[in-house]
Write a protein of this length. Structure first.
Length: 350
């Protein structure tokens, strides 16, 4: 149910709210084909697009929603790095992490026919480093640190593990929030790192597939029998999954489901369903990063979790509508707030 969050009072800050990402960024080269080729076949790509990817989309969304944003991970030097730095600058994202000389950032080939996608990735400077890469990251009170699934792989996982084990990241007395959107890389994450992430008790923001992967890794059982009914039971199964994960993680869980909205559970509370907004499926990428970025921005501004999720639902819907070449593009705060306001004031259907 929609709640009237437009009259919330933003918390006072003694510094500018900041969303800090320790995720990786790289260049996506998306090749649009008529039909996915079989091994050994040749196909032509009528159109090709290049764009910054990875955690960039989360930071871009947070920036457009009004937050100060920083990328704290490694950047390289070279043509891809130059393209990425230009994208960061245009989106008002400050790079505060180290620069690795003589190595470019990586790239990923994305082959799509509009329905299916295949990926081939070449990792670069963003995937390297040592445990001390994030030693410079010192979040202040009220800031939000974003961790993405891509940072939980290869050498960068050592740096993430070292960061979350710092005294400042312990859940007791922590003065900033940590938001993780794990992606499906969770199935490959080291057991010790996953355990340390759970002990850090971040806010877990996931879609259904990611949540089920996490549940499998943690040995969490939940009732999916509702999905076997003729009339489906999607909402009930999402509720059950959110509840089971929240109980096990003992941390806030945001379980996203596109136009169906999101299920939210905070430790010690029941599951709340927050309505989404209908949208046309005109995109080729998930709006998850836009949702996560909007969520981080609002949390940094002092909004409570449920209210932040409601605005993030609106932002994700508009991001799909305003996509750039199939990539969801996050709206501004005012645009997202207007969508929520319009929904609140619209006549109720009988």
């Amino acid at each position: 149910m929609l709640s009237d969050i437009l009259h919330k009072i933003r918390a006072q800050r003694d510094h500018e709210p900041t969303v800090i990402s320790i995720g990786q960024i790289w260049v996506d080269i998306t090749m649009h084909v008529q039909e996915m080729p079989q091994p050994g076949e040749f196909t032509n790509a009528p159109s090709v697009t290049k764009s910054a990817s990875g955690s960039f989309h989360v930071l871009q969304a947070a920036s457009r929603m009004g937050a100060r944003t920083e990328l704290a991970s490694i950047m390289g030097t070279g043509p891809w790095s130059t393209m990425l730095r230009d994208s960061l600058r245009r989106s008002h994202i400050l790079h505060t992490g180290p620069t690795r000389p003589n190595q470019d950032n990586g790239f990923r080939i994305v082959l799509t026919d509009g329905m299916q996608k295949s990926y081939v990735a070449h990792h670069g400077a963003e995937a390297h480093g040592d445990p001390g890469v994030f030693a410079h990251v010192r979040p202040q009170r009220g800031d939000v640190v974003h961790i993405s699934g891509n940072a939980l792989m290869n050498e960068s996982s050592l740096a993430v593990n070292a960061f979350i084990q710092q005294l400042q990241c312990r859940p007791q007395g922590r003065e900033f929030r940590i938001v993780i959107n794990p992606t499906n890389t969770l199935r490959l994450v080291n057991d010790q790192l996953l355990e340390n992430l759970v002990l850090t008790r971040p806010i877990w923001s996931m879609n259904r597939q990611e949540a089920r992967t996490l549940a499998y890794r943690l040995g969490v059982s939940f009732d999916e029998s509702a999905t076997m009914r003729v009339n489906a039971g999607f909402d009930e199964s999402m509720h059950a999954l959110c509840e089971a994960l929240g109980e096990t993680l003992r941390a806030p869980v945001v379980l996203r489901a596109g136009s169906r909205g999101a299920w939210v559970r905070q430790h010690g509370k029941g599951v709340e369903h927050i309505d989404g907004f209908p949208t046309k499926a005109t995109h080729i990428r998930s709006a998850g990063p836009a949702h996560t970025g909007a969520l981080c921005a609002l949390l940094a501004e002092g909004w409570d979790l449920e209210s932040s999720v409601q605005i993030a639902n609106a932002a994700a819907s508009l991001a799909i509508e305003h996509n750039h070449a199939g990539i969801p593009f996050c709206p501004t705060y005012d645009e997202a707030a207007k969508l929520v306001s319009d929904a609140l004031t619209a006549p109720k259907k009988d």
